[in-house]
Design a protein around this ligand. Structure first.
Ligand code: NAP
Length: 256
């Protein structure tokens, strides 16, 4: 199990006030990491930080708006000041624009989704890579949270699915270019798990039909992501870069 230990690692997680990020923070802390939680809803962040610290973990919270340049820079700086150089950056913050087709969205929908899901990943990853060089760390590790909508999708997930497909490609290019700085870049592409992002679909009347399309016949649970998360965050994945791990009960393999 030492292979997957995060003892001594400093992990910064964006979008940690709810859903996956909130869950990931606890899993990472349980594996020994110091965790820096970022999001806009600071009261939720603080509650999670208190929970983790109260159960013997090490966590701190920082107000973060990933669409704001200064806020991103402050987030990484405060993470470094609190626990030392950041070892792992998890680009998890993400939004969707509601159940809209490409013909229904407007300019604001496009910018909202792309600024949060894609531009912020580039921005934070660039800052993180610069910090790896500046602090003289031998390596850095970036994990992007993509989605199975990068590979297959349904009507009404534009531009969310487009942003996630681009994120998978960004992961590959950043892996190629990041290697010279000692930075590994991988992604996880979860299937459907009930959170605020997926609620619009999973609580709709299409839900029953939809779940029948999943070979394992159920939506995912947060805990289903623990193993892949620890693999990517730890030295267990030390020879992996540019990979996207799909965690979806076989959903993308489903018959047409
Ligand atoms: N749930 C699924 O089925 C599913 C499947 C595949 C992939 N994903 C991906 O998983 C990631 C997490 O989503 P989730 O399902 O856990 O949904 P969620 O509960 O809505 O979490 C989204 C998180 O992103 C944060 N966020 C949104 N905009 C932000 C901003 N401008 N700055 C900082 N943080 C921001 C939110 O925090 P604040 O509002 O407090 O800022 C929240 O903590 C997303 O990238 C999503 O696309 C989800």
């Amino acid at each position: 199990m030492d292979l997957f230990s995060l003892e001594g690692k400093n992990v910064a997680v964006t979008g940690a006030s709810s859903g996956f990020g909130h869950h990931f923070a606890g899993v990472l802390a349980d594996a020994g990491a110091s965790v820096v939680l970022g999001a806009r809803r600071t009261e939720k962040i603080q509650a999670r930080v208190d929970e983790i610290n109260g159960s013997g973990g090490k966590a701190t919270g920082v107000a973060l708006d990933v669409t704001d340049l200064r806020s991103c820079s402050d987030f990484l700086q405060q993470a470094e000041e609190t626990y030392g150089p950041v070892d792992v950056l998890i680009n998890n913050a993400g939004v969707e624009a509601g159940a809209k087709t490409y013909a229904m969205i407007d300019e604001d929908d496009w910018d909202y989704v792309f600024d949060t899901n894609l531009k912020s990943v580039w921005r934070l990853s660039k800052m993180f890579t610069e910090a790896v060089g500046r602090t003289g760390q031998s390596e850095g590790n970036i994990i992007n949270i993509a989605s199975i909508t990068a590979y297959r999708t349904i009507k009404g997930q534009f531009p969310y699915a487009v942003s996630k497909a681009a994120l998978v490609k960004a992961t590959e290019i950043m892996a190629l270019e990041g290697a010279r700085y000692g930075v590994r870049v991988n992604a996880m592409a979860p299937g459907y798990i009930l959170t605020d992002v997926s609620r619009v679909l999973l609580e709709s009347e299409r839900s029953d039909t939809f779940v029948k399309g999943i070979p394992m016949r159920r939506y995912g649970q947060f805990e289903d992501l623990n193993g892949p998360l620890l693999l990517l965050a730890s030295d267990g994945s030390r020879y992996m870069t540019g990979s996207t791990i799909v965690v979806d009960g076989g959903h993308i393999c489903a018959e047409l």
